[in-house]
Design a protein around this ligand. Structure first.
Ligand SMILES: [Fe+2]
Length: 139
């Protein structure tokens, strides 16, 4: 089981909490496949993961934009790639011939992606400070 650890800390409490949830959902997916869950259940879990991840990506990109993080463009591009991957995996899994065990490869690839992504891109938030809320901006 892969868990979140301090190496993945971006310095932003909500983003870190969302990354932990991402790991939790991926582990739940793996657990479901290993315990023999049927295709329908697995597709449900990936759909939940997809909804969660897309919301997380949008929130994280908005935060990066707010703090002028230099990793913003790279982050958006990486998020788009991963979102397409998820879409493709869902398509494959809804085809009846695809074995549900393929999900173990999806899990492995997703964990690898998220770990590298957080460390190489999301953690660049560490050096970025908020410029304050729009209400405070004085013109
Ligand atoms: Fe990201």
């Amino acid at each position: 089981m892969t868990t979140w650890n301090e190496r993945f800390e971006t310095g932003h409490a909500q983003i870190d909490a969302e990354h932990r949830e991402f790991f939790r959902q991926l582990n739940a997916l793996k657990g479901a496949v290993e315990s023999g869950a049927g295709r329908e259940r697995v597709v449900d879990l990936i759909t939940i993961l997809q909804t969660y991840v897309l919301g997380h990506f949008a929130r994280e990109e908005a935060h990066m934009a707010r703090v002028d993080c230099p990793a913003l463009q790279a982050n958006c591009a990486a998020h788009r790639d991963f979102a397409l991957k998820l879409e493709h995996w869902l398509e494959l899994l809804t085809m009846s011939g695809t074995p549900v065990s393929m999900l173990l490869d999806v899990h492995r690839e997703s964990i690898g992606w998220i770990e590298a992504h957080i460390i190489n891109i999301d953690c660049r938030l560490r050096g970025c400070v908020s410029k304050g809320s729009p209400h405070e901006a004085g013109g």
